[in-house]
Design a protein around this ligand. Structure first.
Ligand code: 6PG
Length: 233
C-alpha cells in the first residue's frame, strides 16, 4: 500500500495517529524502530503531541539496526531516539532494548539476537514484531542490508554484522527473514533525493536492491512517502 503525503510533517502526524490506534489493540506492542534521519520528525511528534495518547508501558522498543558507535555518538540511532523521544515518554527502562553499538560487533549481533529471541514472540521460528519501521537508502539499502550484502536478506540469524560499503562503518542489522516476519512493515521515505530509488523499487521492481526483497510473509507492507519522494512514480 502506498500513501503519498504533501510533506513529511503530514506523514509524521498520520504515522503517529496510526501508531496510537495499533497500540490500543494490543496488550503488548513490539515496535522495531528505524534509524537514519527520517524518523526524527516522527519521534518529535510522538514526544510532543502523542506521548499521553499511548500507554508506553505496553510498548517494547527495539532497533532495526545500529551503527557500531557509542550511544552518545552523533551517528548513533539510539542516540537520536534518546534525544528526540525517550526522555519525553513514560516508557519503563526495561522496555527499551538498546543495541550496544559500543561493543564488539560480532558479539553484539549474537547478544542482541538472543535478546530479541527472548523478548519478542516467535512465529515460524522467527521473532514477529507488530511493526517494523524502515528507512530507504539512496542505494536501495534498508536497515543496514546493503546491495553488496544481499545474503543478509536470507540469513538464519536474527541480527548480523554489516559493513557500510562507502565508509566501511560496521553496523548491527536485523536480517530479512525477521523483517519479513513482521505483522506490519512501514517504509518511511521523504525527500526528492529518494525519488529515483523509489521508482526502481516500486515501478521497476529492481531485484538487485535489498528493499525490493522486503515482502512480508503474512503481514502488511506500506510505503509512506512525501510528494518530493513520489516525483518519479
Ligand atoms: C541507518 C538506517 C538506514 C536509513 C536509511 C535512510 O541506520 O542509517 O537504518 O536504513 O533508514 O539510510 O536514512 P535517512 O532517513 O537518513 O535518509
Amino acid at each position: 500500500m502506498l500513501k503519498i503525503f504533501s510533506n513529511k510533517t503530514e506523514l509524521a502526524l498520520f504515522f503517529c495517529d496510526e501508531l496510537v490506534k495499533s497500540v490500543l489493540q494490543k496488550d503488548e506492542f513490539y515496535l522495531c524502530l528505524s534509524g537514519g534521519s527520517t524518523p526524527e520528525i516522527i519521534f518529535q511528534n510522538l514526544a510532543k503531541d502523542h506521548k499521553s495518547r499511548i500507554d508506553w508501558s505496553k510498548v517494547r522498543l527495539f532497533w532495526g539496526d545500529e551503527r557500531c558507535v557509542p550511544p552518545d555518538d552523533d551517528e548513533s540511532n539510539y542516540g537520536m531516539t534518546n534525544k528526540n523521544l525517550l526522555p519525553f515518554i513514560n516508557i519503563p527502562e526495561k522496555n527499551v532494548h538498546r543495541i550496544e553499538g559500543e561493543g564488539n560487533p560480532e558479539e553484539e549481533a549474537a547478544r542482541y539476537s538472543e535478546e530479541i529471541r527472548n523478548n519478542v514472540p516467535l512465529n515460524n521460528g522467527f521473532p514477529k514484531f507488530d511493526l517494523v519501521m524502515l528507512g530507504l537508502g539512496e542505494d536501495g539499502h534498508t536497515a543496514s542490508i546493503f546491495p553488496n550484502q544481499m545474503y543478509l536478506l536470507h540469513s538464519e540469524k536474527i541480527f548480523e554484522v554489516a559493513t557500510h560499503p562507502a565508509t566501511g562503518q560496521k553496523r548491527i542489522t536485523l536480517t530479512g527473514n525477521t523483517i519479513n516476519n513482521a505483522k506490519e512493515i512501514i517504509f518511511l521515505v521523504t525527500g526528492e533525493h529518494k525519488a529515483s530509488i523509489l521508482r526502481q523499487i516500486l515501478k521497476e521492481n529492481n531485484g538487485t536492491l535489498p528493499a525490493t526483497h522486503i515482502q512480508p510473509v503474512s503481514g502488511s507492507l506500506k510505503f509512506y512517502i512525501d510528494e518530493s519522494a513520489a516525483k518519479l512514480l
